[in-house]
Design a protein around this ligand. Sequence first.
Ligand code: 5AD
Ligand code: FES
Length: 343
Amino acid sequence: MQMETIIQQRKLDADVLQQLLLHDQWDTILQQTADKVRRLVYGDAVYIRGLIEYTNICKNDCYYCGIRCGNKRAIRYRLDKEEILSCCKEGYALGFRTFVLQGGEDPVSTDAWICSVVSAIRERFPDCAVTLSIGEKKKESYQAYYRAGAVRYLLRHETANPAHYRHLHPASMSLENRKRCLYDLKEIGYQVGSGFMVGSPGQTVSNLLEDLQFLQELQPDMIGIGPYIAQKDTPFAGCPNGSLQMTLRLLSILRLLFPYALIPATTALGTIHPKGRELGLQAGANVVMPNLSPVRVRALYTLYDDKICTGEEAAQCRHCLEQRVRAAGYRIVTDIGNVKREK
Ligand code: 5AD
Ligand code: FES
């Protein structure tokens, strides 16, 4: 069978995936097919999620991440409940119906506190969904957040290869525990998001194949990928950034493998290229996650260098994105944007 037909019929076995990852000659057809599939399932809709980066305090020491505990140069902050609620209030007025609470693994943010924030948001904004992105926790903790009203959880697996995981993280962390968390979250009933960085230090094409295979096992509802971007105060400072081309290629592959998934065009993608997010949407992504954090903390949540939308213009993100999404050929919708599932 011709490669074009294989792509169009979504018959992507491991050999085909490897060909697609290694060569650029299929990029155009890959992207066109991904856009066709995305339009069949989701039309031209782009869902928006308001991201609230509520703490950059983290007990972990991931070697790629700017808010790792070992980074003594990071200026730390934690928003209180009222500040978080006022971000939501502002977001609600702008049309957001999903709030994503993201933070480092901050030991001071207890389960009781997290539950009280989640239930306060649910009470004040009953027509909104709360997504958590707060790292590895005990199953009981995940259960408590779910009872408090959180229905979605984002936790990237980062890499599905144990040796590569070890290269990116200190010995206190393990791929095994990361996977345990993801399966616990699924079992509890969360809509689960996972994903990985593209071009992280030491990553090989075979690692990427393992990432795709792991995602096929996990069957997440949401998949977040973005280029790795070096942060100057990490052990990986100076490592080359992930590429635009490889990220776009993977977004298209993900759309073909997971037609129903919610896939964001990430801030990291917008950081490595001025039109990165627009290109991401055209490659198959269907979600954007503008920042709703107070402007004064945005530049402090520096997972990587040169992050966009951190200046005074940041409050305008929602309108800026509206225009960008339209210019790219899509349309922002402001409903709650639940995942569609195969009939
Ligand atoms: N470059 C790109 N993405 C990063 N993340 C953390 N550090 C970096 C970096 N230096 C990603 C991780 C994490 C998500 C919140 O941000 O994949 O899961
Ligand atoms: Fe915080 Fe990685 S440095 S989870």
